[in-house]
Ligand binder design. Structure first.
Ligand SMILES: Nc1nc2c(ncn2[C@@H]2O[C@H](COP(=O)(O)OP(=O)(O)OP(=O)(O)O)[C@@H](O)[C@H]2O)c(=O)[nH]1
Length: 363
C-alpha cells in the first residue's frame, strides 16, 4: 500500500529536473490524490442524500483533479505542468466559489475557502498567486455583497460574510509572506550550492578548472567519442625548472608565474578547448575532435609565445619555458592509458632538453 502511494506521488519525477520542479510535481500528485479522494467521497455522499447539484459539482471536481495530474504525467513538458497547475488552481477556486454559492452541506462549504491561498501561492508563486487571489477575492466580494440576491442560494449573515472575507485576506497575506520567504531561502540555498560546485571544480590560484573538473571533462569527452567514433587529443604541460623560480624569487613570484602562464595559455585556445590545472606546475589541455598533430601545432605556437615573450614578475623579466606531452585518445584505448601516454611523452620532452612538444608514439 505504502509503495503504491509512493509510486503515485513520485510519478513524473525525473532526476534531471531541478529539485524545485520535482517538488512541485510531487505536490501536484499529492494534492490531486487528496482532492480526488475528498471530492469523490463527498460527491457520492451528496448523491446518496439526493443533493444532486452538490453531487455534480463535487464529482466534476474529482474528475478535473484526476485529469490535471494525468496531464503533467502524460506529456512531461514545462507547458503541460503549467496547464496542470492552472487546472488545479482554477478547479479549486471554482469548487470553493460554488460551495459559497450553495453553502455545501449544512452551510459548511465556506470553510474550504482557507485551502485556496496556500495552494495557489505554492503552485503559482507570489506574483501570479496574488493576482489570482485578487481576482478570486473580487469574485467572492461581488457574490456576497452585489449579486447576493440573484446568485447566492445559501443564506449568510452580513457579519459572517465580512468576517469570512477578512480572515481569508489575512490567510492570503500570511501565505504570500510564507511563499516569499520560502522562495528567497530556496534561491539562497541554490546560489550557495552553485558556488560550492564552482569552488569544488576550480583552482583557487589560476581560476582554471582543477584536476577534479578536468577528470569530469575527460570522462565526458571519452563518452562522446564512444558514441561518435571520433577522437580527441590531450596534452600535459609542465613548466621547466619551476623550482628554481620559487627558490630564486620566492613562492609568491612562483604563484604569479602560474597565473600569468595560465592566462597566456587560455588566451590562445579555441572556445571548445579546455585548460585545467592538473597539479602543482602542470596543466592539462583537452582538445575535442582534434588529432594529435593538430594539437601539437597549437601547442608548438604556445611554446614559442612562452619562450620568446618574457614574463614580468616583480621588476624582473623572466624567460620561462614549458614542455608538453601530447596523446590522441581513441575509443579503443582506456582513458587512463591515454593520460599515462601523455605523461610519458612529457617525460620524453623533459629528458630531451625541455621546451619541447612531444607527441606520443609507442615506438
Ligand atoms: N609557487 C608555487 N610553486 C608550486 C606550486 N605547486 C608546486 N610548486 C612547486 O613547483 C616545483 C616543481 O619542481 P620540480 O617538480 O622539481 O620540477 P622543476 O623544477 O619544474 O623541473 P622540471 O620539471 O624537471 O623542469 C616545486 O618546487 C613545487 O614546490 C604552487 O602552487 N605555487
Amino acid at each position: 500500500m505504502i509503495s503504491i502511494f509512493k509510486k503515485y506521488v513520485t510519478s513524473g519525477v525525473k532526476h534531471h529536473y531541478k529539485d524545485e520542479t520535482n517538488r512541485r510535481i510531487m505536490v501536484v500528485n499529492l494534492f490531486s490524490a487528496v482532492g480526488v479522494s475528498i471530492t469523490f467521497f463527498l460527491g457520492i455522499r451528496a448523491l446518496l442524500a439526493q443533493e444532486l447539484p452538490l453531487a455534480i459539482i463535487l464529482l466534476t471536481a474529482s474528475v478535473v483533479f484526476a485529469l490535471s495530474q494525468r496531464i503533467q504525467i502524460q506529456f512531461g513538458t514545462r507547458r503541460s505542468r503549467t496547464v496542470s497547475i492552472t487546472l488545479l488552481i482554477s478547479c479549486l477556486m471554482i469548487l470553493v466559489f460554488l460551495l459559497l454559492v450553495t453553502g455545501g452541506k449544512d452551510n459548511t462549504g465556506p470553510l474550504w475557502i482557507y485551502l485556496v491561498p496556500p495552494v495557489t501561492m505554492f503552485f503559482a508563486g507570489v506574483v501570479r498567486g496574488l493576482l489570482a487571489l485578487l481576482l478570486f477575492t473580487i469574485a467572492c466580494t461581488l457574490l456576497f455583497f452585489v449579486f447576493d440576491e440573484s446568485l447566492l442560494i445559501a443564506s449568510y449573515s452580513y457579519a459572517f460574510k465580512s468576517r469570512l472575507l477578512y480572515s481569508f485576506l489575512t490567510v492570503t497575506f500570511l501565505s504570500a509572506f510564507y511563499e516569499y520567504s520560502r522562495q528567497k531561502s530556496y534561491d539562497i540555498a541554490l546560489d550557495l550550492s552553485e558556488q560550492f560546485e564552482q569552488q569544488a571544480n576550480h583552482d583557487h590560484l589560476t581560476k582554471l578548472v582543477n584536476r577534479r573538473g578536468a577528470q569530469t571533462a575527460l570522462e565526458r569527452e571519452y563518452a562522446r567519442i564512444q558514441r561518435s567514433s571520433n577522437t580527441f587529443s590531450i596534452a600535459i604541460a609542465d613548466i621547466d625548472r619551476f623550482k628554481s623560480i620559487n627558490d630564486t624569487y620566492g613562492h609568491e613570484a612562483g604563484d604569479e608565474v602560474l597565473r600569468k602562464i595560465s592566462r597566456t595559455f587560455s588566451a590562445r585556445l579555441r572556445k571548445q578547448d579546455i585548460l585545467a590545472r592538473w597539479g602543482g606546475e602542470e596543466f592539462m589541455f583537452i582538445f575535442p575532435e582534434t588529432s594529435a598533430s593538430e594539437a601539437a601545432n597549437v601547442l608548438e605556437a604556445l611554446r614559442e609565445v612562452l619562450s620568446f615573450a618574457p614574463i614580468a614578475i616583480s621588476d624582473h623579466d623572466m624567460h620561462i619555458t614549458s614542455s608538453f606531452g601530447v596523446c590522441e585518445i581513441t575509443s579503443q584505448i582506456p582513458l587512463a592509458d591515454g593520460i599515462r601516454h601523455a605523461d610519458m611523452s612529457l617525460y620524453r620532452a623533459k629528458e630531451s632538453g625541455r621546451n619541447k612538444v612531444v607527441v606520443y608514439s609507442d615506438r
